[in-house]
Design a protein around this ligand. Structure first.
Ligand code: FAD
Ligand code: NAI
Length: 470
């Protein structure tokens, strides 16, 4: 009889866990995956990436019809919102994809252990009363919303909600207040702004989108303001009272000062996410968390406890689905005796607003800091989308592409883009960074015309000397 029930047990079936499970099975291992949700796919497929993109995509069509963008192209329509139908197509998208993972589990002979998993010891996990043993256990439990003291989320009432509640609102709020000018606040704030809500975004810092390049942060703020989102930067929320269907928020300048109040019929709390580790029984295996509540790992995704590894949102690094997926593949490869590599310096990030906002590699400030504060050690160039023939023709003039390169070696250190299809364009930049491209390599690569991607080529030409079209 085998020593363990399984070669690998994965806890959590999000992009980190389900991908690890499938890859491990492909590599010939006997695999089980524990998931407490009714459906597979984790945050990403159920209440994250996929449903938010379904609402962003649909609301973008509505906005284009409502704000005159379609009329500008000779299409006269007066849109009428059918919100239940819009939600239906969101639910359909989620259902199709989560069922798809179920199919892939069956196809690859991954056993789904339904229920909440808790460590008994490093090789034994209890799921719904069953003790499952495995030679290696991978923690891929993901993350959930960081609570804001004094602002209690209740998705069932729909007045103070988190991202899950904000995806499902049964009617368009008159005034939505978004707490947090990060990715969720701007994506979901955009959805409801497009569908007719007045949206106010309250951000603690004096700029939105922390972690992105400063030029991108400034320019996107201008664009969101132009679209009608109002911002209160450098402001902290100190409390929230709810009476019936109305919320009153108390806030004050982050640096201290007079407080003021703001009324809303919907408040979205989006101030970040934190790892899911409660009830996992980490005490039973003696695994401690770092100061940020994350599980520390080495480059083979091993935790401090022998036989236990971890990937995805519950470990340090950006909380992104594609980062979790790549770690899922790599951890399975290590477990199978191969070498699994994730280049954490080249993980693209995309905000799926219109225009999209994307970046990969270093920001200008990070590149200068890495060069010991020497601004001359790097070269940068920005090419405006206004001067890109395809963007101009498509009535999408907002944004730019910015290339940051090492002044001595010309190696590209970072690429940032605001463009209608920046999320797609950034893949080319990521490939360039992965292959160690110079700005000259990109500038002399033939790009199809007319495409938005030519803006990346021209920004690279700008680092070289001069682009053609500005
Ligand atoms: P998760 O997807 O969180 O999955 C973890 C799973 O583990 C969950 O299903 C949970 O139920 C299960 N679990 C937890 N504890 C246990 C336990 N003890 N026993 C059994 N099961 C357990 N990222 C992008 O890259 N692009 C996007 O467009 C994007 N959009 C997003 C939009 C929203 C609104 C949100 C909230 C997030 C978005 N993200 C996006 C982030 C993305 O969803 C996460 O980075 C990704 O899901 C992390 O994957 P994971 O596998 O680490 O964890
Ligand atoms: P975030 O970290 O992107 O932004 C949170 C924002 O809230 C920050 O700007 C922060 O300064 C601000 N903030 C923090 N405390 C505050 C307070 N008390 N008052 C006002 N503002 C405050 O977090 P968000 O938007 O909640 O997203 C969570 C995670 O989900 C992100 O890490 C992101 O990676 C992931 N995600 C990714 C998406 C994508 O890739 N397109 C889409 C949605 C989420």
């Amino acid at each position: 009889m085998a020593e363990y029930d399984y070669d690998v047990l994965i806890i959590g079936a999000g992009p980190g866990g389900y991908v690890a499970a499938i890859r491990a099975a492909q590599l010939g291992l006997k695999v089980a995956c524990a998931e407490s949700r009714e459906t597979l796919g984790g945050t990403c497929l159920n209440v994250g990436c996929i449903p938010s993109k379904a609402m962003l995509h649909a609301s973008e069509y509505f906005d284009a019809a409502a704000n005159g963008a379609m009329a500008d192209m000779g299409i006269d329509v007066t849109p009428k919102l059918n919100l239940p139908k819009m939600h239906e197509q969101r639910i359909d998208a989620v259902e199709g994809l989560t069922k798809g993972i179920e199919f892939l589990f069956k196809k690859n002979k991954v056993d789904w252990k339904k229920g909440h998993a808790k460590f008994v010891d490093a090789h034994t996990v209890e799921v719904a009363g069953e003790k499952v043993t495995a030679k290696e256990v991978v923690i891929a439990t993901g993350s959930s919303v960081t609570p804001l003291p004094g602002v209690e989320v209740d998705n069932t009432k729909g007045v103070v909600v988190d991202s899950t509640g904000a995806l499902e609102l049964p009617k368009v709020p008159k005034h939505m207040v978004v707490i947090g000018g990060g990715v969720i606040g701007l994506e979901l704030g955009s959805v409801w702004r497009r569908l007719g809500a007045k949206v106010t975004c309250i951000e603690f810092l004096d700029q939105i989108l922390p972690g992105m390049d400063d030029d991108v942060r400034k320019e996107s703020l201008k664009i969101f303001k132009k679209q009608g989102i109002e911002f209160k930067l450098g402001t902290k929320v100190t409390g929230c009272t709810v009476k019936g269907k109305k919320a009153t928020l108390a806030m004050e300048p982050a640096a201290g000062g007079d407080s003021e109040t703001l009324e809303a019929d919907c408040v979205l709390v989006a101030i970040g996410r934190r790892p899911n580790v409660d009830g996992l029984g980490l005490d039973n295996i003696g695994l401690e968390l770092n100061k940020r509540g994350q599980i520390e790992i080495d480059h083979e995704f091993r935790t401090a406890v022998d036989g236990v590894r971890a990937v995805g949102d519950c470990v340090p690094g950006p909380m992104l689905a594609h980062k979790a997926e790549d770690e899922g593949i790599a951890v399975a490869e290590w477990i199978a005796g191969q070498t699994g590599i994730v280049n954490h310096d080249v993980i693209p990030g995309v905000v799926y607003t219109m225009p999209e906002i994307a970046g990969v590699g270093l920001t200008e400030a990070e590149a200068v800091e890495k060069a010991g504060g020497d601004k001359k050690a790097i070269k940068t160039s920005k090419f405006p989308m206004m001067a890109n023939s395809r963007a101009k023709t498509n009535h999408e003039p907002d944004g730019f592409v910015k290339v940051i390169a090492d002044a001595e070696t010309d190696r590209v250190l970072g690429v940032w883009a605001i463009a209608s299809v920046a999320g797609t364009m950034i893949a080319e930049a990521a490939l360039g960074l992965e292959f160690g491209a110079t700005s000259e390599d990109i500038a002399y690569t033939c790009h199809a015309h007319p495409t938005h991607s030519e803006a990346l080529k021209e920004a690279a030409m700008g680092v070289q000397g001069k682009p053609i079209h500005v």
